[in-house]
Structure formats: C-alpha cells, structure tokens
Design a protein around this ligand. Sequence first.
Ligand SMILES: [Zn+2]
Length: 420
Amino acid sequence: MRSSQPQARLGPPTIRSGNRAGVLEVIRRNQGISRAELSRHTGLTHAAISNIVGELLEQGLIIEDGQSSAELGRPRIRLTINATRYAVIGVDLARSQIRAIVSDLQGNILRSISAASTYDHPVEITLSTLTELLEQLLADCGELCGRIVGIGVGAPGPLSAAEGTILSPPNFGSWRNVPIKQILEERFGLPVFIDNDANGCALAEGWFGAGRTFEDFIYLAIGTGVGAGIMTGGVIQRGVHGIAGEVGHTTIEVAGPHCTCGNYGCLELYTSATALVQAAQQAMMCGEDTMLTDICAGQPQSMSVEAIAIAARRGDLLSLRLIDQEIQYLGAAIVSLINLLDPQAVFLGREVAQAAGDLLLEPLRALVAKRAFSVAAEQVQILCATLGNDAPVIGAACLVIQELFRSPERVLHAERMPSR
Ligand SMILES: [Zn+2]
C-alpha cells in the first residue's frame, strides 16, 4: 500500500491545474477580463487568481493587454489570450483531400497547404502524402516552426481519440485500426491529438465561429460523409466508444440499401454531397431534361453540389427535386436530433451547406417548426455555420489548443523526438 505522503501530494496539483484550466477558459471567453472580474467569475480568491495569472503569464499563455477604465475605482489590467506566443498544426484528413494549416491560438490561419487524396488509396500512400505535406509545411514555417507545440488531426470516425487510432470509418478504403497519433508523434516529435472531423468542426464553430454564444448545439456536417458534433455545456460528447454523433449512420429508410457501416438506409446514403452528385449524374445519364447538362458541359463527371444549387436557383426541375429530397431527409434527421438532445442551435456545415445553405435553411426551419416538440421548435435556431471550408482544419488545430489550455505542461513539455 502507498504511503500517505504521495497521495496527499496528488491532490493540490490536480485542483490547481483544474482551476488554472477554468481560469484560462474564462479568459478565452471574456477577452480583456480583469483579475477582479476573474475572481467573481470563478469564485476563486484574489490570492488564488493572482497566483494562477502569474503562472499563465510566465508560461506565455496570456498577456496583460492595456487597462480597463470601465469599472469604478482604479483602472484594472486587462488579460487576454496570448494568441501568437505558440502555434499549432491542424490537419484535415478528408476522403478527397488532405489539408494542413499552422494556426495561432485564436484560430487565425498563418500557413496552409493541401494535396489531393482519395480514400481508395492504400493507407501507406495516404500516410506518405500526409508526411510529405507536413514536412513541406514545417519547411515553409521559418522561425514560426519553433513556436509549434502540437499537431491536431481531424479524420472520419469512428476513431479512438484516447488511443489516437482511426478505427474503421465507412467509405474510407483500407483504413482499419491505424495508430495515426503514434505514427505522427514518432515522425515529427510533437504531441498529436485526434478526433473525428465533425467534432473538430463543432469545436471550431464553438470557439471561433457561429457557436461562440452557445453552450449546447449540434454541428451537422453534410459533406462527402454526414456526421454531427454534439456540444453540451461547452463540452464535445463522444460517448463510451467515441461514436456519439454518427447521425449519418442512423436509418432514415428502413427498407433502404445496405451501407458500408453495416446498417441499412443510412441518412448519409441520401443526403451526403456524394449522394446528391450521384443522383444528379444518374438522372443526366438517363437523358432527363435538365439545365445541369449545360452547366456541366454535358460531362456527368463534372457534376457538383454547386452545379445542382445553381440549377435549382434557376428553377431546374431535377435540381429542385433533389434539393427538396435533401430537405425532407435532413429535416427528419434534425427533428430527431432536436427531440433527442434539445439544443439551443443546429448549425449546418461542410460542402452541401456551403453550396446550398440558402436553399435549405428556410424550408428546414419551417419543417422543424411544424414537427419538433413545440417548446424546443419555438426557440431552437437553425443556422449555417460560418467558418466554411476552414472549419475542419481550424477544428483540428483546436484539438491542440484545447489540450494546451487544459494541461499546458503535457503539451509544452512533451518529449521532443530527435527526428524533428
Ligand atoms: Zn451507414
């Protein structure tokens, strides 16, 4: 049995680090806050706040940024996140593209690089593309390189964020149990954090986008896949096995086709960008009279959600039918999500929302108002996400920033490998 001494030592640092993370979170949400206001917000004593603020200033995570004269009495020193002392890398490992950025701690993109990819490439090829991309990014960073403290990776789920392993995403080729965290940490000597792309997008919107004023919301990612990031009380919900939010693989048609996830009639099979494009291509190849033939210059392979949205705005019957079908399926799913989770807001994001958000939003709001429980339907906001195509990479960067704020030592003092 352990002696009491080490156990007694475990308590205070844990409470202190918890308090420190709490203080950082309050500063992040209330940039320019004073020490006295921090004390009121957190319930911590002035002395405790003074100690923690001193530690955070020393670590370079916050700065004193001028004085506030808004309060009575003597001016108070304003505290803000030190956005530029450290930088992080965010990687979006998507089905059709790999993109990597360097971001500051406020989600501002400082460098960006991308490469085409395809999910049916062997894992080794994709990993080699990813490694080359990161090497190029670091080579382009110059002195910024020394400020980079970690790599965040957003990838299709399901994955184990705790283990850092991509498990078995549907429609992601031969990716099965790939220990991406270990691979990248060994190669780049930086701590690596992973999460599924929808969770990353929800985090990014919550910190730097449309979700800043909400604590309970759903980010519905409607891209080549469909998934949701669920934020409850400001915390992403992962579930026991990390599959919470896989709404794209809930049945929307009981008699629907088999999905690669194992289920039948999944929402993703009807509403993803891939599904929309395939339906339009099929109709075009069957000779249906549509403006899409002109927009795509007669080439079905040029079909895109953007083309469908353009044609729908011009009144093309096929495109309007496809958009209406999208609204019906998405609407049913959103009503279920609202009845299940009772959020403040639902944000529509990724490729389909980017291209056709204006066509989807009002009909979806009307459908939700009619079908969800009225107490929720009257108040829930259905909105388009605001970070656009940057949400996945900023979300991946947020994975590192989140960990840096929770546990600065773990990130800043992570063992650096000699290969870097
Ligand atoms: Zn499925």
